[in-house]
Design a protein around this ligand. Structure first.
Ligand code: ADP
Ligand code: MG
Length: 652
């Protein structure tokens, strides 16, 4: 139209569109997920607002999504009764305002492509906040009509694939939407397969399975009905008055063919029937709901398959890989809620590429199945990798998010959720240990080759990626520290290349040093090779006392912060106050021996102290050197050499 205003896409958006449109990426289906998810977001917004202001729904009570296709025009339409967009929102949301995710998405595409060109995984687009543009994967032109809750005018946003601009104009059709947004895709020639009922219903079912608003697809049914032969035409029309107009047209077109077919039928009709029946083919349209029982968490665990849990995870994370495991529980007590919590198989992509902390630590919070927020802060920072939903009937529906965040009920829920999350990790670790344990079956019926292949410990593989988070948790989350520390794994002088846990360490130390071992010993350094060579290990190895290898820079820091595990001090063997007395020796003899050596070597120790001056604290006679004549150790409460090294490295 003449009144159309033109706008240029923001530069980064324009670049990204170029990449998306010209990509060789095959999985174009994702566009439907993105458009359904946007519609669902818009519905969530109006529903949330209407909780405090029911009047907002006056233009349209029903909150739903409708999908329609036209296989003659090759168009696909997605319509919602959500909050809608104003003129200015159409301009900014769909093109002119730069989104931080745009550049990051392009980087991710580059990084993910084998040839450094632009054929990376476009399906992640939603995670970067630019999902709408995926519609250009399948469209020559996109037209978005929208009527915002607060606006009296319906505006259209329109853009042609490959162009660097878009138009905005008042909808020449007038106000066709009570409220919400209608997106019409004019499909590319090689994408007309999307204007097909079967195809779209498959995709819509898949992508809307867990959307909590009904998603309808307009379906076509063609059937034959009997009509009285001598009824006049007017009457016939009346009978189908409430059908779609196109149904009538279609029906009229078919009329003549039908008559011919009927000639044959008549001969078979019983002669006693006076008036032969006439058949007509009628096309009717219907809205078929695509998502049956979307609130997965309200169903009972026994009825949910692993695939369903995984696809719900896919929805929660906007298509981010697979879940490693999950817990689905019903918390009952003063405060009741249902929840599903997931841990991912791999470190979430979005997080690596700058997801905000709020998004990262947020779970989807529902109150009586109404989504309050999909990034509601319910988890501490170290558990950022978890995703899930919490739904409670005990929360008030009509308060704002901020008030809710502060509420006592939320504090209780938070505590419980963290406990459940840690419990899930503990079970995961236990089960993995059991699965990976060498089987004790008798050898007879066990395939020897199969036995030889060592079973991988799933938890350990997961832990390799997420251990830094758990250590951060041990440092930060004091109330849960004990639980978190049980999840940590280290190699040690006794673990034979495998990893061990602090619990197992404590179990093993019981009979060491004649039952006198009181502390958990560790050696810290820059990598396994370095710590294994440590001179400090000698007396421990000789006495068979296990020493944990702390080779991650954060390990020693964590050890000094947490101090102990299960009442046993964590002790760096490179410090000076280490006791390795296995039994109550002849105390007297030991003291006399010590005194004797102290005296004997006095000239040497005095000279050494003078030589090194203020750079050392003291020179002492050691009881734990075996092959090395001397060793430099740290003071028990000072920085160890390893900590000094790490701090130097951090000081750039
Ligand atoms: P995201 O959904 O992550 O914000 P998108 O690129 O999918 O990113 O959408 C961009 C923005 O356009 C949305 O944040 C929203 O403001 C607006 N938008 C898109 N689709 C709709 C819709 N159906 N109804 C209302 N607003 C919409
Ligand atoms: Mg989106």
């Amino acid at each position: 139209p003449e009144t159309a205003e033109s706008f240029a896409f923001e530069a980064e958006v324009s670049k990204m569109l170029d990449i998306v449109v010209n990509s060789l990426y095959q999985n174009k289906d994702v566009f439907l997920r993105e458009l359904i998810s946007n519609a669902s977001d818009a519905l969530d917004k109006i529903r949330f607002l209407s909780l405090t202001e029911p009047d907002y729904l006056k233009d349209e009570e029903k909150l739903h999504v409708q999908i329609e296709y036209d296989s003659e025009q090759n168009t696909l339409t997605i319509r919602d009764t959500g909050i809608g967009m104003t003129h200015d929102e159409l301009v900014s949301n769909l093109g002119t305002v730069a989104r931080s995710g745009t550049t990051k998405f392009m980087q991710a595409l580059k990084a993910g492509s084998s040839d450094g060109e632009s054929s990376g995984d476009i399906s992640q687009i939603g995670q970067f906040g630019v999902g709408f543009y995926s519609a250009f994967l399948v469209s020559d032109r996109i037209q978005v009509a929208s009527k915002h809750l607060d606006s009296d005018t319906q505006y259209v946003w329109s853009s042609t694939n490959g162009s660097s601009e878009f138009q905005i104009y008042e909808d020449p059709r007038g106000k066709t939407l009570p409220r919400g947004t209608e997106i019409t895709l004019f499909l590319k020639e090689d994408c007309i397969e999307y204007a097909d009922e079967y195809k779209i219903s498959q995709l819509a079912k898949h992508y809307s399975e867990f959307v909590t608003h009904p998603i309808y697809l307009k379906t076509k049914t063609t059937m034959e009905i009997e009509v009285e032969d001598d009824e006049d035409d007017d009457k016939n029309d009346d009978a189908y008055d409430d059908k779609d107009t196109s149904a009538k047209e279609e029906e009229e077109k078919k009329d003549e063919d039908d008559l011919e077919v009927k000639e044959d039928d008549i001969s078979e009709v019983d002669e006693e029937v006076e008036k032969p029946k006439k058949m007509k083919e009628v096309t009717t349209f219907d809205w078929a709901v695509m998502n049956g029982n979307p609130a997965l968490w309200t169903r009972s665990k026994e009825d949910i398959t692993d695939e369903e849990y995984q696809s719900f995870y896919e929805v929660l994370t906007k298509g981010e890989g697979k879940a490693e495991t999950w817990t689905h529980f019903n918390a009952e007590g003063n405060i009741n809620f249902r929840s599903i919590l997931y841990i991912p198989k791999n470190v979430p992509q979005g997080f690596q590429s700058g997801m905000t902390e709020k998004q990262a630590t947020g779970l989807s919070l529902y109150v009586r199945k109404v989504l309050i927020s999909d990034e509601f802060e319910l988890l501490p920072r170290y558990l950022y990798f978890m995703k899930g939903v919490v739904d409670s009937d005990d929360l008030p529906l009509n308060v704002n998010r901020e008030t809710l965040q502060e509420s006592k009920i939320i504090q209780v829920i938070k505590k419980k959720v963290v406990r459940k999350a840690l419990e899930m990790l503990r079970n995961f670790a236990k089960e993995s240990d059991l699965e990976a344990a060498p089987s004790e079956d008798n050898d007879d019926d066990v395939d020897s080759e199969e036995k030889a292949t060592s079973k991988t410990n799933k938890y350990n593989e997961w832990y390799d990626q997420f251990n830094a988070q758990l250590k951060m948790g041990a440092i930060d989350d004091e109330p849960n520290r004990g639980k978190i520390m049980k999840l940590l794994r280290f190699t040690s002088t006794a673990s034979g290349g495998e990893t061990t846990s602090l619990e197992r360490y404590v179990e093993n130390m019981k009979d060491k040093l004649g039952g006198n071992q009181k502390e958990i010993f560790y050696v810290a350094g820059d990598g396994l090779a370095a710590v294994e060579k440590s001179q400090f290990l000698e007396p421990f190895l000789e006495k068979g006392v296990e020493v944990l290898y702390f080779v991650d820079p954060v390990d020693e820091y964590m050890a000094t912060t947490v101090g102990s595990f299960d009442g046993k001090k964590l002790k760096n063997i490179a410090t000076d106050n280490i006791k390795l007395d296995d039994h109550d020796d002849d105390k007297d003899l030991a003291t006399r021996r010590e005194k004797f050596y102290k005296e004997k070597f006095k000239p040497l120790t005095t000279w050494l102290k003078k030589l090194y001056g203020p750079s050392i604290m003291r020179v002492a006679i050691s009881k734990r050197q075996i092959s090395a004549p001397a060793i430099v150790s740290s003071a028990e409460y000072g920085h160890s050499a390893n900590m000094e090294r790490i701090m130097r490295a951090q000081a750039y």
